[in-house]
Write a protein that binds this ligand. Structure first.
Ligand code: 6R9
Length: 652
């Protein structure tokens, strides 16, 4: 690297220690307490994880905590549990019966509160519906729904009867459904007529119909009436959710399944090849999501927690459905877009519901910064006590804004690093213990043996870039790529035999903090210098005119790779050759001349996945070939690519 600091200006280097007030009440109140328990969890992982798992309800205890023969792990062998019972019944049977489990808002403003007692009845009814429709343990059920409580109910009902759910984002097109049906062999689909997004109905059932023209093996489609948009129903194949549920009993006995019983398959799209079906199982996954919620979000009975993810993303699985419900917390769930009707929506909801813990993504934070400080300023956000971030490296500009304008300077921010494959958070501050610094996910969670290795497999020195690996198995880890054990081994376990490679580049500082510098496929090599996309993007975003930036490499005869940057501007700033030059120089000042973008394109928007990640591979294709031909089924907004293609053809 040519420079150590991406953004030396402002107070980006400030270290934010947890306040005394937060620490005294926190489960892990100091770094000394973290270090002690971390050491124990690494020296004796069986002891640590057994203690965590014992806080769940097991119908039969395990005989062995871990059976490990890389890359195959069996956690809590011999143990039997029902995941749904742990998330619902055990709360419904106790003092949490009348406590709100889900406080839901639809985008148009409709509201529902579902208590744990009611949730249990709904889940039981739907489990009976699935059974009546011939769904058995291990059968795959595809869920394609909007963010409504029924999406969570559908997932929990599958878990209850041992069926394997595979949730597909409500924003994906029929092609993505066909791919996932073919790969998973699902024969039943749970969907809705449509969902609300940005003031409009996004039709869902018609997309399913389109997919089923190509894929013929689905025998039942159960359709929730959410929006009342016109849809067609196939009398032999399709059934209405409300009619099925009306005829079903609200009593269902939860049978126990093996700890390694498959719980769900969630597809992630790689840059090449067909999407990978990440398989997670029951006992270990639930232990991991339960335990991380308890320590990292410091969840309490009195908390009102809100994670803004979609259930079609792993964050929605682990930190809307399984982790929070296993902890018996009250949570807010929201159907629509953050700017419906305007960018004040989230802050209004936090005020109204008294949200105490808020978990969102850097992409959303950058959109809020662009929209303006007056939106959060118009609301009382004093109920908040803890903030979280996930999905991408959070650039210091966004971190500081989040800390000041949402957290009122008082809330710790947990920058949580993890992946679909890891099932649960692996690297994150603990809010009552860890001194935080903008842009670092800080330290590994208990039981997580994270390291950064060079190409030869040696541990990198502080400041040196390398590959992020995990050296010991953990309970919520991926078990395989569905139907493709070879690809599983090759993708995650072959760079360094026996170690899990995350595919992310990272570096540690002298204090041991982990800094994630982005996907290894995205790292640039400019004249022999490795440059993380995250750093150059951070530097660009630290300029007052820039709302968001994406950086990719393009081949260059002289330098190997040249730096191409795409920049969206904040309101009030205009595209001009002067600003272009100023931004290039700004990167030069912040990082060093080596990182100065060779090309700088102003863009109206950046191509992103529905979960908010910038799709750099599309931008790379664009700067290398002038057009985009790769797979774009996971893209959120297709018009962004069209306008960028026009731009590249005719640069400023
Ligand atoms: C949970 C989730 C995984 C990839 C991961 C990394 C990036 C996620 C991050 C982060 C820096 C963080 N990522 N959290 N990078 N800091 N706090 O996002 O899962 O969709 O599978 O993506 O996201 O590159 O490898 P998934």
């Amino acid at each position: 690297m040519s420079a150590k600091k991406a953004t030396p200006d402002h107070d980006h280097d400030a270290i934010h220690k947890p306040s005394k007030e937060f620490s005294v009440k926190a489960r892990i109140p100091s770094m000394a307490a973290y270090k002690k328990l971390y050491k124990e969890s690494i020296d004796k992982p069986d002891k640590f994880w057994a203690r965590e798992a014992k806080e769940l309800v097991w119908q039969k205890p395990w005989s062995k905590v871990l059976n490990w023969k890389a890359p195959n792990a069996t956690w809590f062998e011999g143990g039997k549990l029902n995941v749904c019972e742990n998330c619902v019944d055990r709360h419904a049977a106790g003092p949490r019966k009348n406590k709100a489990a889900i406080i839901w808002e639809g985008e148009p403003g409709d509201k529902r509160t579902i208590t744990y007692g009611q949730l249990q009845k709904e889940v039981c009814r739907f489990a009976n519906v699935l059974v009546k429709n011939g769904v058995k343990a291990k059968d795959r059920v595809l869920i394609y729904m909007p963010m409504v409580p029924e999406a969570a109910i559908a997932m929990l009902a599958c878990a209850r009867i041992g069926a394997v759910h595979t949730v597909v984002f409500g924003g994906f097109a029929s092609e993505a459904i066909v791919d996932r049906l073919e790969d998973s062999g699902a024969t039943v689909i749970l969907t809705a007529d449509g969902g609300w997004r940005r003031g409009k109905v996004v039709p869902l059932k018609p997309v399913v119909d389109e997919a089923l023209v190509k894929y013929k093996s689905v025998r039942r489609v159960i359709v929730l009436n959410r929006c009342g948009n016109e849809i067609s129903m196939d009398a032999d194949r399709d059934a209405w959710w409300h009619e099925e549920v009306a005829a079903a009993s609200s009593k269902h006995v939860a049978k126990a399944f093996d700890s390694e019983h498959p719980l769900f398959v969630l597809y992630t799209s790689g840059s090449t090849g067909k999407p990978k079906g990440i398989l997670h199982t029951s006992g270990g996954y639930l232990t991991g999501t339960y335990s991380t919620c308890k320590y990292i979000f410091d969840m309490r009975d009195e908390d009102v927690y809100w994670c803004t993810a979609d259930v079609g993303w792993i964050t929605g699985h682990s930190y809307i459905v399984y982790g929070p419900l296993a902890n018996g917390v009250t949570q807010v769930m929201y159907e629509g877009a953050p700017n419906a009707p305007d960018f004040g929506r989230f802050w209004k909801m936090i005020e109204e519901h008294g949200v105490t813990i808020f978990y969102t993504a850097p992409t959303a934070i950058r959109a809020f910064i662009k929209a303006g400080d007056h939106f959060p300023a118009a609301h009382d956000l004093s109920s908040l006590r803890l903030l979280g971030s996930v999905g991408e490296p959070i650039n210091p500009e966004a971190w500081n804004w989040y800390h000041k304008h949402i957290g009122g300077g008082r809330c710790p921010i947990v920058d949580t690093w993890w992946q679909t494959e890891t099932g649960a958070i692996l690297i994150s501050p603990l809010p009552g213990a860890t001194p935080c610094k903008a842009g670092t996910a800080t330290h590994p969670f208990f039981g997580i043996d994270a390291a950064i290795l060079d190409d030869a497999g040696n541990e990198c020195k502080p400041g040196q870039d390398g590959r992020l690996v995990i050296r010991k198995p953990w309970p919520s880890m991926i078990r395989t790529i569905y139907g493709d054990k070879e690809r599983y081994k090759k993708t995650y376990w072959s760079d360094y035999p026996g170690l899990y490679t995350a595919g992310d580049g990272a570096r540690r500082d002298k204090a041991g903090n982990f800094w994630i510098i982005g996907r290894l496929d995205d790292v640039l090599n400019v004249s022999g210098h490795r440059l993380g996309t995250a750093e150059i993007e951070s530097a660009l975003v630290s300029h007052p005119a820039v709302a968001e930036a994406a950086v990719v490499g393009r081949p260059d005869d002289m330098k190997g790779q040249a730096v191409a940057a795409f920049v969206t501007l904040k309101g009030g700033f205009n595209e001009s050759p002067e600003l272009q030059a100023e931004l290039r120089n700004h990167v030069g000042k912040v990082i060093g001349a080596i990182a100065k973008p060779d090309d700088l394109h102003f863009a109206p928007g950046l191509p992103k996945t529905r979960s908010g990640k910038i799709m750099r591979r599309l931008l790379k294709e664009l700067v290398c070939t002038g057009k985009i031909s790769g797979n774009i089924t996971t893209l959120e907004d297709f018009t962004v690519i069209e306008s960028l293609q026009r731009k590249i053809a005719k640069p400023v």
